[in-house]
Design a protein around this ligand. Structure first.
Ligand code: NAP
Ligand code: ZN
Ligand code: ZN
Length: 378
């Protein structure tokens, strides 16, 4: 299913940087297109990575199309990055040239606030630096993500990958979809004796089903797509509910300890809060362009139910999740695409037509651009 790009020979840190082929958008209403970008030469604590594969997250689409405010163009998305180390700075102790590594949603944070000190960099009070669309001194002044041939990242924000080499493409989505579901499932103690719901069987949701099942929870999948019923069971669901069917929903009223909602569009939350037990929690990880309708307060008050949110995961927990998945043989179900098909993939994702994560084969970007090319060119 996947091809693994052999590590490139080591390059001396001082010679690195220069033209790198990428795929990105110059405006919200323009398709993605090829562009050349520049990566900094690795500093003393930096790791330079030749990217082999990059997953396509719905957040990439939200950002590229400016559905959330504040997209900076050109926008090169991608935060489910796997590849091989091609150079390391003089002070890097954890990684060596040739190591298989990953980069997720964040590449820096303040490193001194209480969240950073606890390894919860995603909640950095100074604001973490996203792998794309984050502030940086590197050109062009904002970070550029993994739809590109290489990336240079501080070693503290690089993850070790121990899955077998032939699974590398299917590991990429763990870097966002995996950790975004693992972290709340851990936080709210999914495990034996708990009934856990996963709403939406897309990139995040299908990983949520696999991980909740592996944690030992009774796992129930909620889908709007009748056609995903069988797949959900194969992914590890003990039961599957088509959420558009009120009778199926009603049969589970008041029975869930925890429900994780991964839906990328605005929808009625009351349908799910009323399925929670007393003290149960509905945790939202989906971040739709338009707000959900205001939830019914009565359904929360009378059974002391909570609606919560959760954001990706910190570096230590992301490594824990990668190791958890490697030990259990858990990877994502993927459809490999060339970068040139990413707009089509976005449309299919909008139609819930992805089984269950698109992953870009970065070899499709071609051979590396000559070093003399630098800066951004359309
Ligand atoms: P995705 O692959 O598009 O999956 C979303 C799933 O939601 C769809 O497959 C579909 O599943 C369901 N769905 C879509 N439209 C729906 C609608 N109108 N009503 C009900 N269900 C609908 O997206 P993803 O990559 O998993 O991302 C999901 C969301 O999480 C996005 O908003 C993304 O930005 C966000 N996200 C948040 C974090 C975080 O840290 N909190 C991290 C990553 C992503 P069914 O066909 O099964 O119904
Ligand atoms: Zn993501
Ligand atoms: Zn911090």
């Amino acid at each position: 299913m996947s091809t693994v790009i052999e590590p490139r020979p080591a390059t001396a840190a001082k010679d690195s940087g220069g033209g790198v082929k990428a795929y990105g958008a110059f405006a919200a209403d323009r398709p993605l297109e090829p562009l050349d970008i520049e990566r900094r030469a690795p500093g003393p604590r930096d790791v330079e990575i030749a990217i082999a594969f990059c997953g396509v997250c719905h957040s990439d689409l939200h950002t590229v199309r400016s559905e959330w405010e504040g997209t900076l163009y050109p926008c090169v998305p991608g935060h489910e990055i796997v590849g091989h180390v091609t150079a390391v700075g003089s002070e890097v102790g954890t990684f060596q040239v040739g190591d298989t590594v990953g980069v997720g949603c964040l590449v820096d944070s303040c490193r001194s606030c209480s969240a950073c000190e606890e390894g919860l960099e995603q909640y950095c009070t100074g604001g973490f630096t996203g792998t794309y669309n984050g502030a940086t001194q590197d050109p062009p002044g904002h970070t550029l993500g993994g739809y590109s041939q290489s990336i240079v990242v501080d070693e503290g924000y690089v993850l070790k990958i121990t899955h077998p080499a032939d699974q590398l493409a299917a590991v990429a989505p763990l870097l966002c979809a995996g950790i975004t579901t693992y972290s709340p499932l851990r936080h709210w103690n999914a495990g034996p004796g708990k009934k856990v719901g996963i709403v939406g069987i897309g990139g995040l949701g299908h990983m949520g089903i696999k991980i909740a099942h592996a944690m030992g929870a009774r796992t129930v999948a909620f889908t709007t797509s009748q056609s995903k019923r069988e797949d959900a069971r194969r992914l590890g669901a003990d039961e599957v509910i088509v959420s558009r069917n009120p009778a199926e929903m009603e049969a589970h009223a008041g029975s869930f300890d925890f429900i994780l909602d991964t839906v990328a569009a605005s929808h009625d939350l009351d349908a799910f809060t009323q399925l929670l037990k007393r003290d149960g929690t509905l945790c939202l990880v989906g971040a739709p362009e338009h707000p959900h309708p205001t939830p019914n307060v009565g359904a929360l008050i009378f059974q002391r139910r909570s609606i919560a949110g959760s954001l990706i995961g910190g570096l230590p927990e992301t490594q824990e999740m990668l190791d958890f998945c490697a030990e259990r043989g858990i990877v994502s179900d993927i459809e490999m695409i060339p970068a040139q098909s990413v707009d089509e993939a976005y449309e299919r994702m909008l139609n819930s037509d992805v089984k269950y994560r698109f992953v870009i084969d970065i070899a499709s970007l071609g051979t590396p651009a000559p070093k003399s090319l630098s800066g951004l060119t359309a």
